[in-house]
Design a protein around this ligand. Structure first.
Ligand SMILES: Cc1ncc(COP(=O)(O)O)c(C=O)c1O
Length: 386
């Protein structure tokens, strides 16, 4: 059966060029960047090159990029690093009610060490209210941590406005942005938005799993939470995942050189999908904002009277892969989190699915998905009498 993959916010298929580059690193250029001989220097050059590529795409300096084992580690390194270094300034942190577990669970853990966390409300799509953020910033606020694109709804946070508020209310407060769903999907201007720390993950843009990066603005002194050989400016000890890092660099290079074309293609497909679903299926709610307030690759829809998980498996029979909510929260069966924060009823939360695109999906695939959705939602509603 033909497979149609619409779960690209969970992970993406690596580019051919990425796989090739990684194979070269595993078979030929397999040295340790810390070794002093030729093979080590060759490996160190690969590391340098990837760092330069990632930094270039973000518009920052290579020395400000630290490679990590993925987005979760980048978020942890940023948040835990700031609180360990700057707790003398205060113990108050601000975030939102719609963050990814790699941020939310980290903050919940810090609460056990006496940190106070304010989670600000979000609107029906997951966007924060800037006035509420301004009100929440205090003298002892050391960190504001917010995601640039929500992984469940695809809403885009107004990063530049947030950065301006943080600067104005407390110039000593750090601003960390989880850009894992945003990087390579929307333009990010780190300088203009005044962001101090940015988390990235390669497998969200056709790079490999298990590798990510953290941008940490020059002059910020993060205290490492992993000790050892002092790699990655002492912030991430351990032999570098060189094939992964080379793959990440290649993915940035390939995606970055097609950025406009790829993002426009996804936007067109997403809007076509939204229109067709809206035309064909009744009693639904879109949780993704229209236009540029939504990222190009995510469409979240709630089908009342249908269980998202049952729908997911029904679509699987057509060879179509989607998610219920996000890959990370879909296995935690409890309600709440983002769906509660955006005000969904329990029936809507239960019936929510996330369709996420990549630049290689086609109009034909969208048509097949919409047909299958119309058929399966109709059949499931008939069965439950709703
Ligand atoms: C917004 C967001 N933050 C963090 C992560 C975690 O990234 P990783 O899977 O690389 O640990 C994800 C992954 O789904 C995400 O979507």
């Amino acid at each position: 059966m033909r497979e149609i993959y619409f779960d690209n916010a969970a992970t993406t298929r690596p580019f051919e060029e990425v796989v090739q580059r990684m194979v070269e690193c595993l078979t030929v250029e397999y040295g340790n960047p810390s070794s002093l001989h030729r093979k080590g220097i060759q490996a160190e050059n690969i590391l340098k090159e990837s760092r330069k590529t990632v930094a270039g795409a973000l518009g920052v300096r290579p020395a400000e990029i630290i490679f990590t084992s993925g987005g979760t580690e980048a978020n942890n390194t940023a948040i835990r690093g700031i609180v360990r270094s700057y707790s003398n300034r205060g113990k108050h942190i601000i975030s939102s009610k719609a963050e990814h577990p790699s941020v939310y669970m980290t903050l919940e853990d810090l609460k056990k060490d006496g940190y106070e966390v304010t989670y600000i409300d979000v609107d029906g799509y997951g966007v924060i209210n800037p006035d509420k953020l301004a009100d929440a910033i205090r003298k002892d606020t050391i960190l504001v941590t917010l995601m640039a694109v929500n992984n469940e709804t695809g809403c885009v946070q107004p990063l530049e406005q947030i950065g301006e508020i943080v600067r104005r209310k407390n110039h000593l407060t750090f601003f960390h942005a989880d850009c894992i769903q945003a990087f390579m999907k929307i333009p990010i201007d780190v300088q203009k938005a005044g962001i101090h720390l940015v988390a990235l993950s390669a497998h969200k843009f056709h790079g490999p799993m298990g590798v990510g990066a953290l941008y940490c603005k020059k002059g910020i002194n993060l205290r490492a939470w992993q000790t050892g050989g002092g790699q990655e400016l002492g912030l991430r000890s351990g032999t570098e995942n060189l094939p992964g890092i080379a793959g990440m660099g290649k993915a940035v290079e390939v995606f970055g050189s097609h950025f406009r074309e790829y993002t426009e293609r996804m936007t067109v497909l997403k809007e076509r999908m939204r229109y067709d679903i809206g035309e064909r299926i009744e009693n639904i709610r879109f949780n993704t904002p229209e236009g540029e307030r939504g990222a190009p690759h995510i469409l979240s829809v709630s089908f009342r009277g249908v269980r998202g998980e049952v729908l997911l498996h029904a679509l699987e029979k057509h060879g179509i892969y989607i998610s219920t909510r996000s890959a990370c929260s879909s296995k935690q069966r409890q309600a709440g989190g983002v769906t509660e924060a955006i005000g969904l009823s329990s029936e809507e939360a239960e019936g929510t699915i996330r369709i996420s695109l990549c630049p290689f999906n086609t109009e034909e695939e969208v048509d097949i998905l919409v047909d299958a959705l119309a058929t399966e939602v109709g059949a499931l509603r008939k069965l439950t009498g709703r």
